[in-house]
Design a protein around this ligand. Structure first.
Ligand code: G3P
Ligand code: CA
Length: 313
C-alpha cells in the first residue's frame, strides 16, 4: 500500500493544531481539521485502571496541574505518572501549554498562553467519536494517526498497549486498510507483533529518531517486511545548507525504492531543521523536491496552504 492520496502529500496534525492550542485537546483537533489537516495524531498511553488516554508523555508533569491537585502522588523520581492515576483522577486535571522540562517556562514561548482556557485530557474512545462526528459534519473524512507510546514500558506495568489500541480502533470501526488510519510506533518489535501475532490489517508506520543517522537500504527493506511506511525525524532528511539552499539525505528516495510511504516529523516554525531558513524552504525541499508522502506538523494551516498552492488535489 502506498500513499493514501497519490500525488498529494497528506497533512498530519501533530497532536492537533498544537502550534495554536494546547496539544491533544479536542479543540486543537477541531482547529486542525478546520485548517485542512487530513490526519489528526493521537499519542496513546494508559491509566492505572487500564483506560486509554490521548496524551504524549508517560508523566503528567509538563502539561497539567497534577502537582497541585494530587500532592504527594509522585514517585521517588519526583514525577507523576499517568499510569499511577485512574481515569476519574485524570479527569480532574486541567491541561495547558507544554512547559519546558523541569521548568515553569513555556516550551514554545508565544504559543497559546497558560491559564487562558480550561482543557481536559480526552480518552482515545472519546477522541475517535469526536473526530468521526467532526468529519461527518464537515462532509470529509478525517484520518486517525495513533501512536502506541512506549509499549515495552507499558508491558512492564501490566498493560498490552498495542493490543488495547487495536481493540479500541476496532470497537470504533477502524480495522480495515482503507486509508483512514495509520498506526505508528518507535519500537520495531511492537509493530512486528501487531502485524504477525495480532493480525493487524491497518497500515503501520515505523517511527525513526535521529540517533544513528538514516537507515541503510537493507534496514529499509527489513522495515518494509512489516510496515507500510516510515515516520523519520526531519533531522534524518535535512542535511544542512549548500550553495543553492537546503540539501537532503537520500532517505526519502531510498524509502520509496523500498516501497515505503514517508511521513516525516515534526515541522514547527520555532524549530526549523538544519539548513532551512523558513517553513517554505522545508516544504519546498521535503514535499516539493523529495516528494515525501506527508508531513507531521504543529501548524497544519501552513502545510495545507503550501499543498493547496503547489500540489492541487
Ligand atoms: O509520531 C510522530 C512524532 O510525533 C514522534 O515524536 O515524540 O512527538 O511523539 P513525538
Ligand atoms: Ca507522536
Amino acid at each position: 500500500m502506498r500513499a493514501t492520496l497519490p500525488g498529494r502529500p497528506v497533512v498530519i496534525a501533530h497532536r492537533g493544531a498544537s502550534g495554536y492550542l494546547p496539544e491533544h485537546t479536542l479543540v486543537a483537533k477541531a482547529l486542525a481539521a478546520g485548517m485542512g489537516a487530513d490526519y489528526l495524531e493521537q499519542d496513546v498511553v494508559a491509566t492505572r485502571d487500564g483506560e486509554l488516554i490521548v496524551f504524549h508523555d508517560l508523566v503528567l508533569d509538563a502539561m497539567t496541574d497534577v502537582a497541585t491537585r494530587f500532592p504527594g502522588r509522585q514517585r521517588a523520581d519526583g514525577c507523576f505518572y499517568c499510569i499511577d492515576f485512574t481515569l476519574a483522577e485524570i479527569r480532574e486535571l486541567t491541561i495547558g501549554e507544554r512547559r519546558a522540562a523541569g521548568s515553569c517556562s513555556a516550551r514554545f514561548p508565544g504559543r497559546f498562553p497558560d491559564g487562558a482556557g480550561r482543557f481536559a485530557i480526552p480518552t482515545f474512545a472519546e477522541e475517535m467519536a469526536f473526530i468521526r462526528g467532526l468529519g461527518d459534519a464537515m462532509g470529509r473524512p478525517l484520518g486517525l494517526y495513533p501512536e502506541v507510546k512506549d509499549p515495552a514500558w507499558h508491558r512492564r506495568h501490566g498493560i498490552d498497549l498495542g493490543a488495547r489500541v487495536l481493540e479500541a480502533l476496532a470497537d470504533a470501526g477502524y480495522d480495515a486498510a482503507d486509508g483512514r488510519v495509520f498506526v505508528q510506533c518507535f519500537e520495531a518489535a511492537e509493530l512486528q507483533r501487531l502485524r504477525t501475532d495480532l493480525g493487524c490489517r491497518l497500515p503501520l508506520v515505523q517511527l525513526l529518531d535521529s540517533a544513528g543517522g538514516p537507515p541503510s537500504a537493507a534496514a529499509l527493506a527489513g522495515i518494509a517486511s512489516y510496515a507500510q511506511g516510515i515516520g523519520p525525524s526531519l533531522r534524518l532528511i535535512c542535511a544542512g545548507r549548500g550553495a543553492g539552499g537546503p540539501i537532503a539525505t537520500g532517505l526519502v528516495a531510498d524509502a520509496h525504492a523500498a516501497g515505503l510511504v514517508v511521513h516525516p516529523y515534526t515541522l514547527r516554525r520555532e524549530e526549523l531543521p538544519a539548513g532551512c531558513d523558513s517553513v517554505d524552504e522545508v516544504l519546498d525541499l521535503v514535499l516539493g523536491q523529495l516528494r515525501a508522502d506527508g508531513l507531521f506538523t504543529d501548524f497544519p494551516d501552513l502545510v495545507a496552504g503550501w499543498v493547496g498552492r503547489y500540489i492541487p488535489g
